[in-house]
Design a protein around this ligand. Structure first.
Ligand SMILES: *Cc1c(COP(=O)(O)O)cnc(C)c1O
Length: 472
């Protein structure tokens, strides 16, 4: 056997054993900061080392410091988990190792991306004139969209910059529930945090369109320049849904770019019963969703759909002499963002779409949503537990409120519950804050999660709450 056959056999065996039983590991890595680094030598080796010994160290040193996103009871943040076919596609992509910066540097990478994103757009019910581009993350897709929004103002910022000239303040409209990457984009694009305007929400954590309109009009009246409004379908803390239709109408009337962040919940547009959340999407300028989040494609794979692909090109295209290429009418990936090099990410999307089929993706999403809804009824029916927000998708926010415990102790008490359940190694949940109060957040999205997993988490939570109360 060749070395490669032996080595890849060992790796395949490892992967098979791992994916067959990720529950063998504690879901949250039980190590302290510095533990892993301390187990590694200070210098890189001069002489080549044997593959087997590196693989052995992978098991011995690296794995103990892994938090297992593949674990069926990973309930923190938003789950990311991949199908075995997606993982193998990623291996093929690593093998080809192409750089799809230009069409000619791998025509298949460019054209497969166009075709799979058209497939996906149709499954999602997006208009056919939306064009998709794959990026690594929603953060970069969002940044790219906002950069295009800035260039679309016609202020020649690309050419003349922003400093040393007389420009109005450029304004960006979000809510307190908008993901933090939007504000980071405002920092990087030179808007400044002071020009990020927070619009109020109703009691369901959804942006108030009337307030948005008032704020935009007031800014115009005082000489500022509204640049972009960000609506979120599935916010990060509670998965609330901003009303896209009225927001889109206001944005259109007032000439403001509308970016829709649907990184997590965007895939639910594949479910007819969830389409209502996407009403008005046809008037958006850009929308982001992450197949790597809840569509079982390995990280990283995020998709930005834009109505006007030219807007991205007008923002980012800059063709150096050494990149000039004779083909006409083709997409050259480097023209749609900051990065020149691009991985062949469409390959894993293609493998996952074909090997699951839309039907299995839809049924997984529905399973996860049903599990979350069932958990919500358990919480609702349990004395001294309370739901803290509506739960339209697969995330539930809640807390324990023992009788007689004053409000100011509840945060500490609920943090202690999270710490206690996470320390069991059997589940991993994260927390957030709503109206200044600590809430527990259980998010379902892992392809391996079953009803028993959610039930076990709920039992551990109640045990921890009981212990926390009796200790107090
Ligand atoms: C997860 C998430 C993001 C960030 O996604 P990355 O791909 O990690 O950048 C942004 N917005 C929302 C709503 C999200 O759920």
């Amino acid at each position: 056997m060749s070395d490669f056959a032996t080595q890849s056999g060992a790796v395949t065996e490892w992967i098979e054993r791992y994916l067959g039983n990720p529950e063998a590991y504690p879901v949250l890595a039980p190590v302290r900061p510095g533990d892993i680094a301390a187990g590694l030598p200070a210098e890189a080796p001069e002489d080549p080392e044997d593959f087997q010994s590196v693989l052995a160290d992978f098991d011995r040193i690296i794995i103990p410091g892994i938090t297992h996103w593949n674990h069926p009871r990973f309930f923190a943040y938003f789950g990311v988990s991949a199908t075995p076919e997606g993982i193998l596609a990623e291996t093929l992509s690593a093998t080809l190792n192409v750089n799809a910066m230009l069409w000619r540097t791998s025509p298949s990478a460019t054209e497969l991306e166009e075709v799979t994103l058209r497939w996906l757009g149709r499954l999602l019910g997006f208009p056919d004139d939306f064009h998709g581009v794959i990026y690594d993350t929603a953060s970069i897709g969002g940044f790219t969209a906002l950069a295009a929004a800035r260039e679309s103002l016609g202020l020649e910022i690309r050419q003349r910059g922003m400093a040393g000239r007389d420009l109005p303040a450029l304004r960006l409209y979000i809510t307190e529930h908008t993901h933090s990457h939007i504000e980071k984009a405002a920092i990087a694009l030179g808007l400044g945090r002071d020009n990020v305007v927070t619009v109020g929400c109703d009691d369901r954590n959804q942006m108030l369109p009337n307030e948005l309109e008032k704020k935009i009009r007031a800014d115009i009246a005082s000489g500022m320049r509204p640049m972009c409004v960000v609506a979120t379908i599935g916010t990060t803390s509670t998965t609330s849904v901003d009303p896209v239709a009225p927001i889109a109408r206001i944005a259109k009337d007032l000439g403001v770019w509308l970016h829709v962040d649907a990184a997590y919940a965007g895939v639910t547009a594949m479910l007819p019963e969830f389409r209502r959340h996407f009403a008005g999407i046809e008037d958006a300028d850009s929308i982001v969703l992450n197949p790597h989040k809840w569509m079982f494609v390995p990280v990283d794979c995020s998709v930005l759909y834009v109505r006007d692909l030219g807007a991205l090109q007008r923002t980012f295209s800059l063709v150096a002499d050494y990149l000039v290429t004779p083909e006409e009418g083709v997409r050259n990936g480097m023209n749609y963002g900051l990065q020149l090099g691009r991985r062949f990410r469409a390959l894993k999307l293609w493998f996952v779409l074909r090997t699951l089929g839309a039907k299995q993706i839809r049924s997984k999403l529905r399973d996860h949503i049903a599990l979350a809804q069932e958990l919500a009824t358990w919480i609702e029916n349990e004395p001294h537990w309370e739901l803290m927000a509506p739960h339209p998708f697969s995330v539930v926010c809640f807390r324990h409120k023992p009788p007689g415990m004053p409000e100011e102790q509840l945060d500490v008490h609920n943090y202690a519950i999270i710490e206690a359940v996470n320390a069991t190694g059997k589940v991993f949940l994260s927390s957030t804050k709503l109206d200044g109060r600590v809430v527990l957040r259980l998010s379902i999205g892992n392809i391996r999660t079953k009803r028993d997993d959610v039930a076990l988490a709920w039992r551990l939570l109640r045990d921890a709450a009981l212990q926390g109360t009796s200790a107090a």
